[in-house]
Design a protein around this ligand. Structure first.
Ligand SMILES: CC(C)(COP(=O)(O)OP(=O)(O)OC[C@H]1O[C@@H](n2cnc3c(N)ncnc32)[C@H](O)[C@@H]1OP(=O)(O)O)[C@@H](O)C(=O)NCCC(=O)NCCS
Length: 478
């Protein structure tokens, strides 16, 4: 079966990578941190150690990535996004029955009829897809957290009695007036374990709901932007296949499904990156999981974080063909421009995710006439960058150099690349939030104050005349 061909490609590539997937110093496991610790911290918290984790480890020197102790290569070759999500959240691979239960939950959580209905009352197509995704994610919160039902919903008596003039009224056929907006009188009783099942960020139910929901929302946004109706999830399909189906309207081939699955596994977690950290910071205030994941989405939206794969495809188009690469590259180097899809804060060698995706791109591209010229351009660009900057500055292709081209081969529009990142990374965000909250301490770093002290407060009148005096004395002294 051609699906197995992809496993073969991954394993062959892994043999060529020859990495161990162990810690930098070769240890099989690492010890717990004895707080407080001493570390050298650079701007942007570079080098700072904020917490302990078992979720994942990025070995920048060796170029390897592990999730809960398992090498990403093995997970891509043998696992699925659903199983990897379970692993990240629970710290161990599921048994057959555990997996069945988790998978059933994910399938059940794919359906978001209320959220989509609320979303479609807005002009979603006019929002940036990441803004739409964040909006939709916030709507998923509705009726999922008991905080809203307890504090935000007005009691019907209070609302109606407040001031009848301020309430929009309409006349019934028989003439009597009534409020247009009637407040629901049914107040749900708070179940005993309400916190556990709904807004508690440590709830697995909420994590599953977000992992599944992110895919449904992203697919719906792509459809609405294409002037089409969202497609109902298909419970018989895997997470990856269902996502592609809901997005493109076409059931993917087994190879397309498998490649999407590998891409989702590869992006699921990656250390304390900006979006993961943002989610954790918000969760550490004991805000709920929906706000926490919303913070991750907001951070991922930035071009220094989530948007590079889209940029890669734009640059390859701008170059306009293999024959133009040398000239384009020379001009870019003269301008000292950063070339999208190259370099990484942690990896000082090939990004292992890029190593895995590279041969899969060749496989999925086949005879795709639209993408093949871009791939040729990409190969040429990669050769030039690695020859020029690889040895000197340790600049190599990163995961974004190939992922965008792969998504293009799968028929996904470029503006959806960053939301797809979120469809996968939500597994890492929820896992790390969940892990951190077990020993929560609110994040509170410090800033170094470099300003003045003892300034005298001058009321606004005095400030203008003081400025004038300053100007006059400056003119005199010239
Ligand atoms: C990922 C990235 C932000 C990491 O940044 P960083 O660790 O802060 O690295 P720096 O920006 O300090 O770069 C270190 C040196 O490598 C160079 N460099 C880094 N990335 C480069 C790139 N993509 N193209 C050309 N030169 C690059 C810098 O110019 C700098 O050179 P200098 O020492 O002569 O000034 C950066 O490599 C980048 O912007 N890459 C392009 C965007 C991208 O692909 N992002 C996705 C990351 S997964």
């Amino acid at each position: 079966m051609r699906k197995d061909k992809i496993t073969d490609i991954i394993l062959k590539t892994a043999r060529a990578m020859q990495h161990s997937g162990k810690a930098e110093d070769g240890l099989a496991s690492t010890d717990r941190v004895k707080w407080p610790i001493t570390c050298i911290v650079g701007p942007g918290l570079e080098g700072a150690i904020a917490c302990e984790t078992k979720v994942g480890f990025v070995n920048g020197g060796e170029g390897s990535l592990i999730y809960q102790g398992y090498d990403i290569v093995d997970l891509c070759a043998f696992s699925s996004f659903e199983e990897v999500s379970y692993l990240l959240l629970h710290g161990q691979l599921p048994t057959r029955s555990q997996f069945k239960r988790f998978n059933n939950k994910l399938v059940e959580c794919r359906f978001l009829p209320n959220t989509l209905r609320m979303m479609m009352s807005m002009r979603v197509e006019e929002l940036h897809p990441m803004a739409a995704l964040r909006f939709g994610e916030n709507l998923m919160r509705q009726r999922r957290t008991w905080r809203d039902s307890e504090s935000a919903r007005p009691s019907p008596e209070d609302a109606i009695a407040a001031d009848e003039d301020s309430i929009a009224m309409e006349t019934r056929p028989r003439g009597e007036e009534h409020a247009i907006y009637e407040f629901k009188t049914h107040k749900q009783a708070r179940p005993e374990d309400a916190r556990k099942i709904s807004d508690d960020a440590t709830s697995m139910e909420a994590c599953a709901y977000l992992i599944s929901g992110m895919a449904t929302l992203t697919a719906a946004i792509a459809r609405i932007r294409a002037n089409r109706m969202p497609i109902e999830p298909d419970p018989s399909l895997s997470h990856a296949a269902n996502f592609l189906y809901m997005m493109t309207g076409k059931r993917p081939s087994p190879e397309e499904e498998r490649i999407m699955d590998v891409a989702l596994i590869l992006h699921a977690d990656h250390g304390m990156n900006a979006s993961t950290f943002s989610s954790m910071v918000v969760a550490s205030t004991l805000s709920d999981i929906y706000f926490s994941i919303g913070a991750g989405l907001a951070a991922l939206n930035g071009p220094l974080h989530g948007g590079a794969n889209e940029q890669v495809v734009h640059v390859l188009r701008e170059i306009g063909g293999e024959e133009n690469v040398v000239g384009w590259y020379e001009r870019a180097r003269k301008k000292n421009a950063k070339i999208p899809g190259f370099g990484h804060r942690v990896y000082k060698t090939y990004d292992p995710r890029a190593v895995i995706l590279k041969p899969l791109l060749d496989f999925v591209a086949g005879n795709n006439e639209e993408v093949l010229p871009l791939i040729k351009t990409a190969r040429m660009l990669e050769k030039l960058v690695v020859e020029d900057l690889g040895k000197e500055k340790k600049i190599f292709p990163n995961v974004d150099f190939y992922s965008g081209l792969i998504y293009s081969c799968l028929g996904i529009p470029e503006e959806m690349f960053t939301p797809i990142f979120a469809v996968s990374r939500v597994a890492g965000w929820t896992a790390r939030v969940h892990e951190y909250l077990k020993n929560n301490r609110i994040f509170r770093p410090r800033a170094m104050y470099i300003g003045e002290f003892n300034k005298k407060y001058i009321p606004v009148r005095g400030r203008d005349s003081r400025k004038r005096r300053h100007r006059r004395s400056a003119v005199k002294s010239r």
